[in-house]
Design a protein around this ligand. Sequence first.
Ligand SMILES: Cc1ncc(COP(=O)(O)O)c(C=O)c1O
Length: 427
Amino acid sequence: MTPDLFARHRAVLPDWLALYYEDPLEITHGDGRHVWDAEGNKYLDFFGGILTTMTAHALPEVTKAVAEQAGRIVHSSTLYLNRPMVELAERVAQLSGIPDARVFFTTSGTEANDTALLLATAHRRSNTVLAMRNSYHGRSFSAVGITGNRGWSPTSLSPLQTLYVHGGVRTRGPYADLDDRDFIDACVADLKDLLGHTRAPAALIAEPVQGVGGFTSPPDGLYAAFREVLHEHGILWIADEVQTGWGRTGEHFWGWQAHARSGPPDIVTFAKGIGNGMSVGGVIARAEIMNCLDANSISTFGGTQVTMAAGLANLTYLLEHDLQGNARRVGGLLIERLRAAAAQVPHVREVRGRGLMIGVELTRPGTDEAAPEAAATVLEEARAGGLLVGKGGGHGTSVLRVAPPMSLTVAEAEEGAAILERALRSI
Ligand SMILES: Cc1ncc(COP(=O)(O)O)c(C=O)c1O
């Protein structure tokens, strides 16, 4: 309870900057998969600051790299050679699978997607963009213009003409009752029909697993099928890997790999977890696309030495400790445990996800109607039990989002699942 800080927050920050909990939490420090509040209460952290604390809180390898780099130089701008930036770009380019890849670092996911849109629209000389229903790609003027989630789209004004495609949500919408193959065929037919009625779009942008939308995804292979159609028209495919990148989905290092084993997207955007809390975002694209701009472009704070040092240390830790494998193993156990718990709770419509990206959708029992008040209750009860989880969902904020740091242990997964089970039973 920090009423004074809450009042000061209210007095000086925007109303639309939502806070979790009736009695908002001030997190003062973290360690591993745990955080502590200002009163000294300890919580198991299953949201990681919205999937940003990717490896662990206060990971010594990362904090040491940050401290050492900060002691040398924090920032020099991209007007000068920047060794940590070049090193991280080399590693990200190689991991991307994109041939002749170029990497541009930004400060956020929004700015990364904004850059991808700039590149795609300039490259294709078109401001028409295809996006998915229920999508979220960021908060800037251009990013809200491709956000198919009413709750996160404060204006319909946009520099882009956006057309929303079916398919990002498997279990809702007009094709929900079809089997996977027919679902994909119906979405592809819809896409083809749409293309018959529009000027050549620049790109399709899609999250392989929709994050803010409540961890929804299409059947595997949908984006590969889309890609064949896009390819015929020269339309670029942008994968927004801001939440799904770096192995979080367990089976794959990039979320797009669930769809197109044969080849990478034209453009990949990333942010959140790579900096383990430091502001690192970026865009990866083939040289031909990245270099298509015929004017200067700069992100003053993109790729500062200190954030790049954090990214390098974090990525090294992730790869050396096979956190993707851990996400697959521990995430697999956690989802099974949550499915078993949910079977006893009539409000749970679906437990879905992959790896350490798990959504628990709550509805009024026996209906598809969102139950945001039930989600709010579970969030509060989980907190009272010592567990932090997130919320999301495009059909009312009624999906609990579980996305712990990827170093989660089996014991922590069991403990968190037990707390969440008790919280769900309290509805
Ligand atoms: C898939 C996706 N893209 C982009 C963004 C925007 O990233 P940022 O908040 O760092 O601007 C988010 C943020 O939640 C996201 O989930």
